[in-house]
Ligand binder design. Structure first.
Ligand SMILES: [Zn+2]
Ligand SMILES: [Zn+2]
Length: 438
């Protein structure tokens, strides 16, 4: 049965039931889930899950509001395609109105992306946004192309203005995460509070793709001594030890110009902000740990990043993969960048939701009473509560897909402004009002 309607401070109304959720976030790792939850502005289930789930659904759901978007968050029990597919299928049963899943977390990436005009370098902490998912570990298989809503969002995200706006917005969310966790960690007896600070450019190391993570010469390790290329094995200890501990040879490091001006100090505010890149993401069941293998798959499949859940979710739900780069998918990978990369990905996800999707119900008395509660009052279309809400009906604001003449910042509101039923999307048969923002 639906829970009674409760108006929360700031005027946002808790959804009545599961069918009021249209956006889901799926995370594979606890640290990814934690980063996402740090950006939830208001939890709808702080005192227990009010919404339940269908029989046989073993997912654990967290519900809340991110800016102007109601969101249901699922953490997978582990990594991998099969678990992701099964969780996404259950999610679809319990939350049948979910029309967009954001798979948010960390990934490995290629260090350079080739463009017509040259190469773009990727740094650790950058965020990859999928425009397609490619399964590379079966026969190369590009999964179906995204639906129109996702294609519209991606088309807009690829523009210069969107890059600037989303990245700027994401940076402020990243600062929120860092501020919150600094505050929580201070004076807390529980050790191991995640640190989401920028680990420093000096720790963003890229080795030549053929140079293996192995014991240095003179270490006495007979296995590593015989390793002269990526086909030769290294000892098992290398999986646990860092480059410093093993003595990886820094003469094999690739110097990258864009990192030279980046502050090395891990206390700094980061490498001059979050960057995102849009491209094909490779999804497979094995972790890529070889620079050569990485480059080979990237060349064959045209992918710019690697992760393990995209193919599972993609088949079940309209999906955008948003993952922060925590390593270069080579043997030197370590976990030092995971928290920061999870935080940058969560920040970009929230910025995208705020820009393109709004699903909150706004109570009549407070439609515009507290604009500070809205995620982005200063730019774009996500400050939606003032737009035609009648206090009863939900509203969905969607970017209109860059229609000719709409201009940057134009949005289309496809909503029934007096009823309680959603009429959304570019093919809405309902009344349409166009708003334009300066
Ligand atoms: Zn060794
Ligand atoms: Zn190494």
């Amino acid at each position: 049965m639906d829970a009674p309607l409760i108006q929360h401070p700031g005027g946002f109304t808790r959804p009545n039931g599961r069918s009021d959720f249209e956006v889901a976030i799926i995370c594979a790792l606890t640290l990814e889930f934690d980063a996402v939850c740090l950006l939830i502005d208001e939890f709808w289930d702080e005192y227990g899950d009010r919404y339940g789930k269908v029989q046989g659904d073993h997912n654990i759901y967290t519900t809340g509001r991110m800016g102007t978007c109601n969101v249901v968050v699922v953490q997978l029990p582990n990594m991998g395609k099969a678990l992701a597919a099964s969780a996404a299928a259950s999610l679809r049963s319990s939350y049948p109105q979910v029309s967009l899943a954001l798979l948010v977390g960390v990934c490995g990436a290629v260090p350079f992306i080739r463009h017509e005009s040259g190469m773009n370098a990727i740094s650790l902490g950058d965020v990859i946004i999928s425009n397609i998912v490619v399964q590379y570990d079966t026969a190369l298989d590009s999964l179906g192309r995204p639906n129109k809503m996702i294609r519209n969002i991606l088309a807009h995200l690829s523009g210069t203005i969107a890059h600037e706006q989303i990245e700027q917005r994401a940076n402020s969310f990243l600062e929120d995460i860092q501020r919150k966790t600094r505050k929580k960690a201070r004076g807390n007896r529980r050790r191991g509070y995640a640190d989401y600070q920028y680990p420093g450019a000096a720790n963003d190391r890229l080795f030549h793709s053929g140079y293996q993570h192995k014991h240095g010469s003179g270490s006495g390790c007979m296995i590593c001594e015989k390793c002269h290329g990526d086909k030769d094995p290294t000892c098992l200890e290398t999986l646990k030890l860092s480059c410093e501990e093993l003595g990886c040879d820094s003469s094999y490091l690739i110097q990258r110009e864009h990192l030279q001006s980046t502050p090395d100090d891990s206390d700094s505010d980061g490498p001059g902000g979050i960057y995102y890149h849009i491209g094909a993401i490779g999804s497979g069941d094995a972790v890529i740990r070889s620079g050569k293998h990485r480059d080979q798959i990237a060349a064959e499949a045209g992918v710019i990043a690697f992760e393990m859940e995209g193919a599972g979710v993609w088949d079940e739900l309209p999906c955008i993969v948003i993952k922060g780069v925590c390593d270069y998918a080579d043997s030197h990978k370590n976990k030092g960048w995971q928290n920061y990369a999870a935080a940058t990905a969560a920040s970009v996800a929230k910025a995208i939701m705020g820009r393109y999707i709004a699903t909150v119900r706004v109570s009549e008395s407070s439609q515009v009473s507290d604009p500070s509660r809205v995620s982005s009052p200063s730019w774009g279309s996500d400050s939606s509560p003032s737009l035609g809400a009648d206090g009863v009906g939900r509203q969905v604001i969607q970017w209109d897909g860059g229609k000719a003449g709409s201009g940057v910042g134009a949005v289309r509101f496809n909503g029934n402004v007096s009823g309680s039923k959603l009429v959304a999307g570019p093919y809405s048969s309902g009344g349409t009002m166009d708003f334009r923002f300066a």
